[in-house]
Design a protein around this ligand. Structure first.
Ligand code: DC
Length: 246
């Protein structure tokens, strides 16, 4: 697999890395986007990598089993993917291009999140994605969003934040998001799905989702997106990250 982001050139220089880890729905995406924009850094949406592999594995029929997934087939599939991220100012996220074709919003839904969480337990898949993620920090400053950015992928990062929130608060945010988009939403069903995904992500052997020992943990349950951003920004500044582009 190859990942790239348009308009960046490579060099061996060490650039600043800011890691924003935590479970889905805690507000990582918004903070990551705003930080990357304010700092002029690249954005690594590592969850998108796992989502693409999960979606492609589903399409290839690899997930149609109650037994363990065929890890070798999963690895071959992972290695066959060329993934590019393109910042989309309108949506405030990165667009994902796989093997030259844009992947729609489908990749962001909870079903694909579940596929991602299933394939993410396999060490060979994680290993295949590791260097590619690390290489992104050789091109410019990076804000990296994920589960293991601060623990495994960038253990020497300049800033590590673990952004969390209660499962109930995260489920409520998802319900509001779906209803705002004119869709129906069942709180209990969404809560159960969130808890199942947390359970798998936190208890897998390979790179489980957990705060790095040197991470600042922020509970966003009772905070709005702006206060979370301001807290994270102030913490970055206290760690020597310079916001001179604003
Ligand atoms: O952040 P997200 O919801 O897009 O992530 C989808 C799944 O991918 C998540 O449930 C677990 C997996 N993931 C991972 O194992 N490691 C990461 N760094 C990012 C995501």
């Amino acid at each position: 697999m190859v990942i790239s982001q348009a308009g960046q050139s490579e060099s061996a220089q060490r650039y600043p890395v800011v890691c924003i880890d935590g479970p889905s729905g805690a507000g990582k995406g918004t903070v990551t986007w705003r930080l990357a924009k304010a700092l002029g850094y690249q954005l690594l949406d590592s969850g998108a990598l796992y989502r693409i592999v999960g979606l492609k594995a589903h399409e290839a029929g690899l997930l149609d089993t109650d037994e363990a997934i065929d890890e070798n087939a999963l690895l071959t599939l992972t290695q066959s993917l060329h993934i590019e991220f393109e910042p989309n100012q309108r949506s405030g996220r990165v667009d994902i291009i796989v093997n030259g074709e844009g992947v729609g919003e489908q990749v962001r839904n909870e079903t694909v999140g579940g596929y991602a969480s299933k394939i993410a337990i396999y060490p060979q898949v994680r290993q295949a994605l590791l260097k590619l993620q690390q290489d992104m920090a050789t091109r410019s400053g990076l804000v990296a969003d994920g589960r293991d950015m601060g623990t495994v992928v960038f253990p020497d990062a300049d800033v590590k934040v673990f952004l969390t929130a209660s499962a109930e608060a995260r489920a409520q945010r998802r319900v509001t998001q779906l209803m705002d988009a004119g869709q129906t939403a069942d709180f209990d069903e969404i809560l159960a799905t969130i808890k199942a995904r947390d359970e798998r992500d936190e208890n897998r052997e390979a790179a489980p989702s957990k705060p790095a020992t040197d991470a600042l943990v922020i509970d966003s349950s009772a905070l709005d997106a702006n206060s979370v951003y301001e807290q994270v920004k102030a913490y970055c500044q206290s760690q020597g990250i310079c916001f001179n582009t604003q």
